[in-house]
Design a protein around this ligand. Structure first.
Ligand SMILES: NC(=O)c1ccc[n+]([C@@H]2O[C@H](COP(=O)([O-])OP(=O)(O)OC[C@H]3O[C@@H](n4cnc5c(N)ncnc54)[C@H](OP(=O)(O)O)[C@@H]3O)[C@@H](O)[C@H]2O)c1
Length: 230
């Protein structure tokens, strides 16, 4: 049976790959973008799909815009993928930090997904098997060595903590919550030397989400469904 997926940041990269893939197999999709230009391009792009494909607009830093977009969604949401994210400022090492840029990055990558989750919780509570997937990163794993882009790493590590907290708080509602590491993917963010194509990562993510059970809630999984160390 067709499910309803809500995917943030779906005009390019991994979010676009996910939205296209599930629309192609007949699931309903609500996709978020944050500019009129992106909305028009995505609209043209998805016109060929038979599935219901709705597009909403918000910046994940804008709580009012997210709540306004949520009001336009009528159907229950089976799968919420908080994918929208940024890489942050040029200077983000422990010894040379653009602090304003880093704060903004935390707003987008850590608090942004939580704003989206909170606004859409009523829709998830109405679904039969609701799942929340927060797109994290292997760079956010505390086991991953390295200090480059430390603001990005720290923002994703903090997002993982939010995923863990949400899994705990939503257990009584039967909502499955995971943090998901999509692998290193050839997108604007991942760069052209990354290991995976968007299609490889997206198909693995969709298969992983399809297979989630309540026992998986609170895990940090990768695009193959395997554990990434916290
Ligand atoms: N690519 C990788 O190797 C990799 C690895 C690990 C984790 N990830 C994570 O995977 C997710 C997708 O990454 P990607 O590689 O597909 O990146 P991408 O190609 O740069 O796409 C990022 C998407 O997020 C949207 N976005 C950025 N800031 C936003 C904001 N403030 N409000 C709303 N939307 C915003 C962008 O919209 P605009 O087009 O309007 O900017 C775009 O749709 C991110 O969370 C990223 O951290 C990626």
């Amino acid at each position: 049976m067709a499910e309803h997926w809500f995917i943030s940041g779906a005009n390019r990269g991994i979010g676009h790959g996910l939205a296209t893939l599930v629309a192609e197999r007949g699931d309903d999709v609500t996709a978020s973008v944050r500019s009129e230009k992106a909305r028009e391009a995505l609209q043209r792009d998805v016109a060929r799909h038979r599935a219901r494909f709705a597009i909403v607009s918000f910046d994940t830093r804008d709580e009012d815009a997210i709540r306004a977009a949520a009001k336009t969604v009528e159907e229950p949401i089976d799968v919420l993928v908080c994918n929208a994210g940024a890489y942050g400022p040029q200077s983000q090492s422990t010894l040379d930090m653009d602090f304003r840029g880093a704060l903004d990055l935390f707003d987008v990558n850590t608090l942004g997904p939580l704003r989206v989750v909170q606004a859409l919780l009523p829709h998830l509570r109405r679904a039969e098997k609701p799942r929340i997937v927060l797109i994290s990163s292997g760079l956010g794993s505390t086991k991953t060595a390295g200090s480059t882009n430390i603001a990005y790493r720290a923002a994703k590590a903090a997002l993982n903590k939010i995923a863990q907290g949400l899994a705990h708080d939503l257990e009584r509602d039967g909502i499955i919550v995971v943090a998901l590491n999509p692998g290193w993917v050839r997108t604007d963010m991942g760069g052209r030397n990354a290991e995976l194509s968007v299609e490889e990562s997206a198909s693995g993510i969709v298969a992983t989400i399809d297979a989630l059970t309540p026992g998986d809630s609170g895990r940090f999984v990768d695009y193959r469904g395997e554990d990434t160390p916290w």
